[in-house]
Write a protein that binds this ligand. Structure first.
Ligand code: BES
Ligand code: ZN
Length: 619
């Protein structure tokens, strides 16, 4: 066995899959998908072939031409991180270049969140969506679930006719089901009649560009949309209020796509649609190609919502075109994207906004390095992730240290040269999955002598923050940081000083306060600026974290409300952590356990797992 990726059973000596044709029957009452998948290999293969699965029932493995069964086995144990290993045995006499698997997901499939009608906005219809990054695609269909194995795919989604579907793929058709299509007659339990029932429709999709499996995505529900640009629609549950607000918030998207093209080369994915998900969506945004997924918490009417879109858009070049080979090189995705996001923000919102965002990131990076002081491996850019669950160790280090590394190179060679370098890097490696060494070799070849100016090994393999990292400067940034320092001496900002602050100014201010302050100071700050009631969750959560750590119990009602309203891990993780970490916090621990028991069903399975791991560490 020659592993390619610490998070996958894929064997580097086996042939890789190049295309998967999926037929998926969505059974909402049982929260199950019944599927058939036709795999095409890059060349004919005999003997063992390893696939990743998690929470899947495998029904049959067949030769597609003869429909004769092929032997397979499932590992008897489920690896807590990698899941269950499906080993096929392809015939030795005639090497096959395709095979067929029928399977069903289970209600606990980690990529899928199934929402019952009462959990949705309109309360009328159910909803389901995926979140496959980092290693959850294997809980939707069996696959070589490593970004090193790029796949094209096509999909037939059979859904109740009152619902519609979107995917990270080109929408081909919405039509009546056809008997026997896509091996649907092989699905379990007489599925052909169910597949063709008059209550169902088929939504057909095609993705003909090779993507890493973590970019596979769909959502099914009662969806509506608004046009916001020539290649952009915003989709969400068909509720007027949400769609109107979203359309307004994202009106500047086309402008950002054009800036991206100027900086990084053509936009290769044809469409750039946005899908606003229910509040349980575990991330701020997810860069699914052609259809970015977003939390509704980004809709707040200031500059920061567009920044999340800028980030996911930037992934169209860095992450989706050039992809990290495995999660150990995750900084290649997120560090580059954070850099690219800020270049787009600088172009459309101005330098002050970009510097503010760099400043928030700088503070965040410094806090993360402290958080990992007993686990320095996670302060490196290139990390060893053997036995590591990427969801548990998600952090800002790859984003912000990665950003700092690229910013340092930009300062060294100058912006014009760095812009040229980036364009060439993207053109050279597009549609490839690469590692840190490949990037460094390309850098040294294209910026000769760079290794004498910047310690590339220290940056990529060293722990902590290298000395040539850089805290940003601007009048606004410096003013906010110094106001935060004055708070420590007992001075609160005056109303005229904060009059034109948006959410990000408050976020930076709060991040720069000490972690624990006098309870009376917390009350005074809230009495004046009502941060606990802010409708900007970045501000509200930063404030509530300060309140919990400063033991201001009056705010616990607001903490509970927040934890029950949103499932974005950026908010859920720090609030639960603040409640349960440390000694002598019985009341907080009881509160955390009760709130989680009550809110659990509303969280995406990935967020449920993350809260459970916080509890396992501290309770
Ligand atoms: N690709 C990430 C989200 C992700 C990372 C999902 C790792 C699963 C595993 C996405 O592009 C991202 O970084 N989202 C950020 C947005 C922010 C940096 C603007 C988020 O969700 O907070
Ligand atoms: Zn990202």
């Amino acid at each position: 066995m020659a592993p390619l990726d610490p998070h996958s059973f894929t064997d580097s000596t086996h042939t890789l899959t190049t295309h998967i044709a999926l037929s998926l029957y969505f059974d909402f009452p049982s929260a199950t998908i019944h599927g058939a998948a036709l795999f095409t290999l890059s060349s004919p293969h005999s003997g063992p072939l390893c696939l990743d699965t998690r929470s899947l029932s495998i029904h049959r493995v067949l030769s597609p031409s003869t429909l004769s069964p092929l032997p397979y086995s499932l590992s008897p144990f489920c690896d807590p991180i990698k899941g269950t290993h499906l080993s096929l045995s392809l015939p030795n006499d005639v090497a096959l270049s395709s095979f067929l698997i029928t399977f069903s997901t289970s209600p606990s499939s980690s990529a899928l969140q199934w929402l019952s009608p009462p959990q949705t906005f309109n309360k009328k219809h159910p909803f389901v969506y995926t979140q496959c990054q980092s290693i959850h695609a294997r809980s939707v269909f069996p696959c070589q679930d490593t970004p090193a194995a790029r796949i094209r795919y096509s999909a037939l989604l059979n859904v109740p006719r009152e619902l519609s579907a979107v995917m990270s793929a080109r929408h081909v058709d919405r039509r009546l089901p056809v008997s026997g299509e896509g091996y649907s007659n092989l699905l379990p339990n007489g599925f052909n009649s169910l597949w063709c029932s008059e209550t169902r429709v088929v939504e057909e999709f095609d993705m003909n560009q090779p993507i890493p499996p973590y970019l596979f995505a769909f959502a099914v529900g009662e969806l509506g949309f608004r046009e916001v640009g020539p290649r952009t629609r915003v989709y969400s549950e068909a509720a007027d209020g949400v769609l109107e607000a979203a359309a307004k918030e994202f009106a500047g998207t086309e402008d950002m796509i054009r800036q991206g093209e100027k900086l990084f080369g053509d936009y290769e994915w044809e469409r750039f649609d946005l899908l606003v998900l229910p509040p349980s969506f575990p991330y701020g945004g997810m860069e699914n190609p052609r259809m970015v997924f977003l939390t509704p918490t980004v809709i707040k009417g200031d500059a920061s919502g567009a920044q999340v879109v800028a980030h996911e858009l930037a992934h169209s070049w860095t992450g989706n075109l050039i992809t990290n080979k495995n999660n150990e090189h995750f900084w290649l995705n997120e560090g580059f994207t954070t850099y690219a996001e800020r270049r787009i923000v600088e172009a459309v919102q101005g330098e002050d906004r970009a510097v503010l965002s760099i400043g928030i990131g700088w503070r965040g990076l410094n806090d993360e390095i402290k958080r990992f002081q007993d686990n320095l491996e996670f302060t490196k850019l290139k990390t060893n992730q053997e036995g590591v669950d990427p969801d548990t160790f998600y952090s800002q280090v790859p984003y912000e240290k990665g950003f700092q590394f690229l910013w340092c190179i930009e300062r060294q060679i100058g912006r014009p040269a760095f812009d040229e370098f980036l364009k060439k890097y993207i053109a050279t490696f597009k549609f490839k999955s690469i590692d840190t060494e490949t990037f460094l070799d390309f850098l040294k070849a294209n910026a000769p002598g760079i290794e004498k100016e910047i310690d590339l090994v220290l940056w990529t393999e060293g722990t902590g923050i290298p000395p040539d990292a850089y805290e940003p400067v601007s009048n606004l940034y410096t003013k906010i940081v110094s106001l935060a320092n004055e708070f420590k001496l007992g001075r609160m900002p005056r109303e005229d000083e904060v009059a034109d602050w948006q959410g990000q100014e408050w976020e930076l201010y709060l991040e720069n306060l000490p972690k624990v302050v006098e309870a009376s100071q917390v009350f005074a700050l809230d009495a004046r600026y009502r941060l606990s009631e802010s409708n900007d969750y970045e501000v509200k959560v930063a404030f509530l974290q300060l309140a919990i750590l400063s033991k201001c119990r009056d705010f616990y009602g607001e903490v509970e409300k927040t934890l029950k309203e949103v499932g974005r891990m950026k908010y859920v993780r720090p609030l639960y952590t603040a409640l349960v970490q440390g000694i002598g916090k019985e009341e907080e621990k009881i509160l955390a356990k009760r709130v989680f028991a009550e809110a659990r069903d509303c969280y995406h399975p990935i967020a449920q797992g993350v809260v459970e791991s916080i509890f396992a560490k501290h309770l």
